[in-house]
Every structure is written in C-alpha cells, then in structure tokens.
Design a binder for this molecule. Structure first.
Ligand SMILES: [Ca+2]
Length: 502
C-alpha cells in the first residue's frame, strides 16, 4: 500500500467524458419561500398500511463517489450485489447529503436537520476536541426505539467519542464500531490517541496495524449480520455506516487481488451488502425489510464522480453533495425503476417515521416526508422544494444556484454552462431564498454538546491491555471471511482471475 493511496487531502477531478441524460420529473417551484421546509408534507399513498412496519437497514458509505458503483456508472468497480439491488428496487439519481463532511452529514441523516441547525456545521469531531452531537437531539434510532424496534449501529460513529455521547446515548440498543474516522489513527498520524474498536460504550480492541484496518468492514458486517439474525423475529433497524472508502484504504485480504485500495474496498462493500441481503432472504424477512444504500458526502480523492462536477472538497457543484442512492423493499417498492425525484438525507427521519409508525419530537427539523416517492416512484412528485448546499448554493427544480453562477441541471447535469446572465430574475429570486433559509436555520439554531472532560477513550497506557482487532476477532470467533462473493465466484478463483487479467 503506497502512502498516497490512503491520503485523503487531494481532490482529483475525473474527465467527464460520459454524459448521462437524466429524466427529471419535477415541478419547477415558483411559489413563496418555505423556510427550511420545516413542515412535513402530507403523507404517502396509503400503501404503507399494506406492508406494515418494515425493518430498516441503512448502508451509509464514507466518501464514496457518485459513480463508484455499477448502477451509477462505475467504469472499474464490479458491484453485482448492488446492481441486483438496483434491479430489484429503485435507483434515485437526484438524492443529496445534508452536508459534505462526516460528522455534519451523519447529523443530517440521524436528526433530520441540516447540521447548522443543531450546532454541528463546519468541521468534523476530533478525538481530542469537545464538540459532539447534543444527546438532547432526537435521532432516527430513538424514533425507531420508541416505535418498538430493536436498534443497532455497526460502523463509524463520529458524533462524540465518549460515554454519554456514543450510540447507546442516542437510541441504539447495540453498537459495534469505531468512534471517529479511521484516519484518526496514531500509527499514521502521531497526534491522535490509539484508535479503539468499541462495543457500546467500551473499547474492546485496538485498531493498531494495517491488518486491523483491513478488518473494519468485515467486523462491522459480522456484527450487523449477528444483530439481524438475533432480531429477525421482531422489527429491527440496522444502521451500517462503513468507515470505507475513507482513507487509509485497506481492504480485507479476500479482495487483495484488486488493483487499488479503493476498488478493493468498493468491491468488499458490495460483497458485504450481498451478505446482508442473502441473510434477509434466508431469514425470509426480505419482503418486510427496506434497505437503503448511500454515501455520506461527495467522493474523495480517486473516486468516480462522472458525470457530475466537483467532489468532497468543494466548491458545491453536484459532485460535492449528490449521492448514489438505492432503495429496496421487494413487493412494496417496485423493481427496476430509475427516479429523478429529489430527496435529501434529512428527509429520511420523517419518511421512515411515516413508513414505520414512529413519531417525531416536535422540534423543528429540515426534513420532509418523501415516503410517496419510495412507494410510488413512477408517479409521485417529491414534496421537497429546495436542496440547500450549506448556505453556499440552492437547487430549486431544474435550477442550481451557486454563488453568482446558475446552472440548468436538466440540460446540463455536469454544470458546464453558467446561464446566470440569461436569467437574472432566477438568480435574484434564488439568492433571496437561499439567504432566507440560512437565516431561518441560524435563528432556530440549537446547541451542540461540549464534552468535558474530553480526553481520549483509550490512552497509550490503557491500550496496552487491549488486544489488536485481528486478535480479538479470532478469539471471539467472529467470522473473518466473506461468504458471499460475486455470484458463482469463490475468493481464490476470483482473485486468480483478476490477477490473470493484468
Ligand atoms: Ca465522509
């Protein structure tokens, strides 16, 4: 593994040689300003009563680019399980993250709020800094728990690394994972404390060597599979925020034949998704489980983003915050649909509350119920009027405003032709709307939490008593190999085939 393969500080644009023509079925909204869309829209089609209370699985991938998987046009990664998921479900082409960095984006997904509304805008959480998501916020896991679901989180948390701020304090019955980014790792970045692998509030192992990094996706998946198996007789919510494909990019050895760390990690994620889907089928809960797959922000260095412009590093062109998004719920969500309806991850809290019989806290949020576009993706029109790019830009219908630039996304999804001069009225109107939404969020802002004291969860000294993750997984007899590889392939065979091709 070369050092540059895991560094995450470059921003490379891929040549945008392949133009996709997306079909937009949206209404160009010309009405009055709706500040931050605080009011949930009227409900869905009524089909939700027929398919009652689905289990919910959310895959939330770190820094994956818009086109890193085959259903979104990857040119190099093989993702047969995600292709199957797309064929059996809906591919949403116009879905967005609430922010474009890990902590604020997780905040948006879990609280239904733009990060700025709950004091989590700007930078991410650090293992030596006090900022954390306020436990007073009502998260998606709490909504599910209050609705009677078993709730589990398996992966990277990054919303506060100490007891009182970890997932058990935010509605998760069970949590296995790392408390913040896998690059906040003392082996590569000496300023950080040891990177712990956590069960609920307690460190059980240390992510010490590269081998331990390479086992993270496997560990999260194994824990999620066990949780699903254990809870398949009741309603469950499994949140699976993989730390991949955020650098440093080490994949499991079953995928070591791939050309680079990124491809290996994408294909490992695909296999892991395949295992979860296979388990749902085996347990015969596939028809009562809603599975969603998305990235947490724009793609980082090396990822595929075409045909979009921009990436994680900004500025806020579409590649900055638009995410690949798949939704799958056999028998309820129709199969093989491509939808250009607009959604934002902040919408998932109210949407899932609607679909799963949950309630919201009553605090103002930014999300709206878009369950209709999941249940009837061919006909329903998304009630979402605006996509808000952190105060920097705004999408409304086909128009995208970014500073003084204006793009017609229907004709120009790659944002090559700034048409601001031809449409000064649109620029003026959207500039005012953007300012109004930012003002509303600022006026209604709620505080984050400040952890005090905020020392490390594990010190260099206490880490000496903990096993490495690889040792711990062997000892705990956690499954260390992949059961589900691309159809018809075994690990060794696949590896050989890939090697032979080069
Ligand atoms: Ca991220």
């Amino acid at each position: 593994m070369k050092a540059e393969e895991w560094q995450d500080n470059g921003h490379r644009l891929f040549p945008m040689v392949r133009q996709f023509m997306f079909t937009f079925a949206m209404v160009l909204c010309t009405g009055a300003i709706i500040p931050a869309e605080a009011e949930p829209a009227p409900g869905a089609t009524g089909k939700e009563t027929a398919a009652q209370r689905p289990n919910v699985v959310i895959f939330f991938i770190d820094d994956m680019g818009y086109a890193d998987i085959e259903p979104f046009g990857s040119r190099r990664n093989k993702t047969p399980h995600l292709s199957r998921m797309a064929e059996e479900g809906v591919r949403f082409t116009d879905f967005y993250n609430g922010y474009t960095a890990c902590s604020p984006s997780r905040t948006s997904l879990l609280t239904g709020c733009y990060a700025g509304r709950v004091g989590m805008g700007g930078g991410v959480c650090f293992p030596n800094k006090p900022k954390a998501l306020n436990p007073a916020e009502y998260t998606m896991a709490e909504m599910f728990k209050d609705a009677g679901y078993a709730t589990g989180g398996f992966g990277k948390w990054h919303l506060g690394h100490l007891p009182g701020y970890l997932p058990p304090s935010h509605g998760f019955d069970e949590y296995w994972g790392i408390p913040y980014s896998n690059d906040m790792w003392n082996k590569r970045m000496g300023k950080y404390p040891p990177l712990p692998f956590v069960h609920n509030n307690e460190a059980v192992a240390i992510v010490d060597l590269e081998e331990d990094q390479s086992l993270l996706t496997r560990a999260f998946t194994a824990a999620a599979l066990s949780f699903i198996r254990k809870n398949s007789g009741k309603s469950f919510f499994a949140y699976i925020p993989y730390s991949a494909v955020h650098g440093p990019r080490f994949a499991h050895k079953d995928f070591a034949g791939r050309k680079d760390g990124l491809r290996a990690q994408v294909e490992e994620i695909d296999a892991a998704v395949g295992e979860v889907m296979a388990l749902l089928r085996e347990l015969k809960v596939d028809r009562k489980t809603l599975v969603m797959f998305m990235s947490d922000n724009g793609g980082s260095a090396g990822t595929e983003i075409q045909p979009l412009r921009g990436n994680k590093g900004g500025p806020a062109y579409e590649g900055h915050m638009r995410t690949p998004f798949l939704a799958w719920w056999p028998g309820t969500i129709p199969a093989g649909i491509v939808s250009g309806q607009v959604g934002v991850t902040v919408d998932l809290l109210p949407t899932l509350a609607k679909l799963c019989g949950g309630s919201l806290s009553g605090n103002p949020i930014d999300g709206v119920d878009i369950s209709a576009v999941f249940l009837d993706p061919e006909k329903a029109v998304s009630p979402r009027k605006f996509v808000y790019y952190k105060g920097e830009g705004l999408r409304e219908g086909k128009w995208k405003l970014l500073g003084n630039e204006l793009y017609d996304l229907e004709a120009d999804v790659s944002e090559k032709n700034n048409v601001a001069q031809a449409h000064p009225d649109v620029v003026e109107k959207m500039t005012q709307e953007l300012a109004q939404i930012s003002r509303t969020i600022a006026n209604q802002k709620r505080p984050n939490a400040q952890m005090n004291p905020c020392g490390p969860l594990v010190t260099e000294e206490s880490a000496k008593k903990l096993p490495r993750l690889a040792e711990w997984m062997k000892q705990a007899q956690w499954q260390v190999h992949y059961d589900v590889l691309p159809p018809g392939e075994k690990a060794g065979k696949l590896k050989k085939k890939v090697d032979k091709k080069r």
